[in-house]
Ligand binder design. Structure first.
Ligand code: SF4
Ligand code: SF4
Length: 457
């Protein structure tokens, strides 16, 4: 289909006639399948109402259709990567809501991630960005380093000093990104989170063993949300699974991949494939299970990431076939329903990387519906991004805050005081923004409610 008939008008204002030299240096080199996917876009605009950034500011250049036009223009050498163009691409949350809405099957995330990877090569970050990047790329993916970084904060939280430091007027001295980081830190947790055991035996009420799970604990998850990991393992045991937690497992690489650091993401993917498959001496498992939507989406994307690697392409595809979100596997295994009632009313927020990236929307709802006494009120725009999106809320605090306020406004309309979501990033974003807004709200993982309903408090 010709693009000229439906060319988004607003975009043309961004297009500057590039010089021949600029054109040569600016042209992106998207690989052929990825570039061809941009041609699948017929500019129908059906994705626009699903896009959080377009919904907030109404700008075509901040819509999926507009961004595809920009990326194709960059790849064709017709558009220069000016600050304005890069800003519109940066403002994308990579939430993939447009993929769910698109009738033409445009695989948007491959386009934006590959474009970002190429644009990021030439960036020169400032000092604060370097500091934040150091945290994200050299601390977060390493649970031991993260524990070391979090331990002094935990100590200050326990003796009350953290509140004094972060609530006083001097908090304004912190750069916005660091202030946001401290706001999102969960206020409860062990000073030094203990490591999980390596093996947990199946323990189903009927004694039937269903298989072996390799549990992917996640970096942030295993430091900030280890209690959810323990609850997840207990549920898997109850569902009849032996659970193996390999100590050598690594970060999923999502932080790097979303930031365009493809080589690091590929390295983490290969290390994890080695750990969870027997070909390189790893563990033989039936399923690889995680409880964090962002990690799960990345694990399920290894086959695409390593599609050109002759040694790993097939193994990555096999790895992908075994990856499950915890909710998927518990439903698949038909775990015995819980028996302890929870007399509460809650609502459910779909994490983007579960609903749009993994297309998992029904299993968590079915598990919540199996809890006696629990009422789940539908949340308007439940699958619209809350503004967390990995490191997005640090890079784009205004848009992230606007989206969080929109989300929390919808939650308030349901009248509930507890919101359930299956992603640690969403949980930290919604919880911290609710506190900032003075809204009385508890955010929980579905696993936490299910665990309580299966085993009691
Ligand atoms: S990924 Fe999300 S923010 Fe980005 S264009 Fe698609 S819907 Fe909009
Ligand atoms: S819905 Fe799909 S085809 Fe239509 S404008 Fe959006 S990305 Fe393009």
């Amino acid at each position: 289909m010709s693009e000229t008939a439906t060319e988004p008008r607003v975009i043309s204002a961004l297009v500057e006639a590039p010089s021949a030299a600029a054109r040569a240096s600016a042209t992106l080199h998207l690989d052929h399948p990825t570039y061809d996917r941009s041609l699948d876009c017929v500019h129908c605009g059906l994705c626009l109402p699903a896009c959080p950034t377009y919904t907030q500011n109404g700008r075509e250049a901040d819509s999926p259709r507009g961004r595809i036009y920009l990326m194709k223009g960059l790849a064709d050498g017709k558009i220069e990567p000016t600050a304005s163009v890069v800003e519109h691409l940066d403002l994308c949350l990579d939430c993939r809501a447009c993929e769910t809405a698109c009738p033409s099957g445009v695989v948007y995330h491959e386009l934006i991630e590959e474009t970002r990877a190429q644009l990021d090569r030439d960036r020169q970050p400032g000092i604060v960005d370097r500091l934040v990047n150091a945290m994200f790329f050299h601390v977060f993916p390493h649970p031991r380093r993260l524990k070391l970084a979090v331990a002094p904060v935990r100590l200050m939280q326990k003796i009350g000093l953290w509140r004094v430091l972060t609530q006083g007027p001097w908090r304004r001295l912190l750069p916005a990104q660091l202030e946001k980081m401290q706001q999102m830190l969960p206020t409860e947790g062990a000073l030094w989170e203990s490591t999980l055991d390596e093996i947990y035996p199946a323990d189903a009420p009927d004694g039937v063993k269903k298989g072996t799970v390799g549990f992917f604990a996640g970096c942030v998850g295993s430091v900030m949300f280890q209690h959810v990991n323990r609850q997840t393992i207990a549920l898997l045991q109850r569902a009849g699974c032996d659970v193996v937690v390999p100590r050598t497992q690594q970060c999923c690489g999502a932080i790097h991949h979303h930031a365009g650091r493809v080589a690091s993401a590929e390295m983490f993917a290969k290390l994890n494939i080695d750990v969870f498959t027997p070909a390189s001496g790893g563990t033989e498992v039936d399923w690889i299970v995680n409880n964090i939507a962002g990690c799960g989406a990345m694990l399920k994307d290894f086959a695409h990431l390593l599609r050109h690697d002759p040694k790993y392409a097939d193994r990555a595809a096999e790895f992908n076939r075994r990856v499950r979100d915890i909710s998927e596997l518990l439903v698949e295994l038909d775990m015995a329903p819980p028996t302890n009632p929870i007399e509460q009313t809650v609502t459910y927020h779909d994490a983007c990387h579960l609903a749009h990236a993994q297309k998992v929307t029904d299993p968590p709802r079915r598990l919540l519906a199996s809890i006696p006494g629990l009422t789940v009120i539908p949340l308007p725009e439940s699958d619209m991004c809350c503004g967390a999106a990995g490191t997005y809320n640090l890079a784009h605090p205004k848009m992230a805050r606007d989206l969080a306020e929109r989300k929390i406004g919808h939650i308030q309309k349901t009248g509930v005081r507890r919101c359930v979501t299956a992603n640690v990033g969403c949980a930290m974003q919604i919880q911290s923004e609710a506190e900032r807004m003075g809204v009385d709200l508890e955010v929980s993982h579905p696993v936490t409610l299910l665990h309580e309903a299966c085993f009691g408090q």
